[in-house]
Ligand binder design. Structure first.
Ligand SMILES: [Zn+2]
Ligand SMILES: [Zn+2]
Length: 274
């Protein structure tokens, strides 16, 4: 009897050893390259028919980059796998007005290059809640000479404060702005998004450009006409606009980009005393 039990035990041990051998008849050697599918990445074992994997994890998607086809391209920071997501570039009539509501955290960058005067003007304006930052830069495209100035604004309760840069003292002067906050906000926006630009009836969606274009001249002011306006939207928000201002028979192209949610403003602390 004892002999039979020993024999059975031995057979069992052998079988389990065989089973173990079948599942990994070798020391795993994982490939350095990543294997991947739509959701995960891992290092596969080099062994023939071995299904053992190492470091299997979900992809780590970074911020998307928008490609020429107007798709968001996400790249995994670990294995470089990419996925694309379509961006909605059309806006319904119901969504049109909201698409121009920038919210309280945004960054706008305007650029215009004057082809005759060889000057590029860049205006960056940021809003981070109740804090604003504006920086204007003029660059001579021939000499490369650059000049810029910046200022800041802040709303505290019902009061608007400005931080105006004083070049001579290289400090900021904090001033009280007397305009009511609402009016001041409205005027800031008006500088960048004139009312006529928001009129949906003016535009036709251009499938190839993935933009809303207005071919007619939008404003006929004494000194300038505005034409070739194109508005770009992504997922129901205005993200870019392009237009040409005709000044004294010279066409000056303007462009602007809008980003949302990552603006951060730190107010200056080097203030002029008094
Ligand atoms: Zn293996
Ligand atoms: Zn990955």
């Amino acid at each position: 009897m004892k002999k039979i039990v020993t024999m059975l035990l031995t057979v069992c041990l052998l079988l389990s050893a065989v089973a173990a051998f079948a599942s990994c008849g070798h020391e795993h050697s994982f490939k350095s390259d990543w294997s991947k599918d739509a959701t995960h990445h891992w290092h596969a074992c080099d062994g023939k028919d071995c299904t053992e994997v190492s470091e299997k994890a979900e992809h780590t998607w970074g911020d998307p980059v928008v490609n020429e086809a107007k798709e968001k391209v996400y790249t995994c920071s670990v294995c470089s796998h990419t996925k694309t997501e379509a961006i909605k570039t059309t806006v319904t009539a119901d969504e049109w007005t909201a698409a121009f509501d920038l919210g309280t955290n945004w960054k706008i960058t305007f650029t215009a290059t004057h082809p005759v005067y060889h000057q590029t003007m860049t205006i960056m304006q940021m809003r981070d809640g109740n804090k604003f930052h504006c920086k204007e830069t003029m660059k001579d495209t021939e000499s490369g000479a650059e000049e810029s100035y910046e200022d800041f604004d802040e709303i505290v309760g019902e009061q608007w404060y400005g931080y105006r840069y004083d070049r001579e003292q290289d400090k900021f002067e904090k001033v009280t702005v007397t305009d009511p906050v609402d009016e001041r906000l409205a005027s800031m926006m008006a500088d960048y998004l004139p009312e006529f630009i928001k009129d949906q009836d003016t535009y036709t969606y251009d499938e190839a450009k993935k933009a809303y274009v207005a071919d007619e001249i939008l404003a006929d002011e004494d000194y300038a006409d505005i034409k070739s306006v194109a508005l770009y939207f992504e997922d129901g928000k205005l993200v870019a606009l392009e237009y040409v201002i005709v000044m004294e028979e010279t066409e000056v192209p303007y462009s602007a980009t809008f980003t949302y949610g990552d603006a951060s403003v730190t107010l200056p602390t080097n203030l002029i005393e008094g």
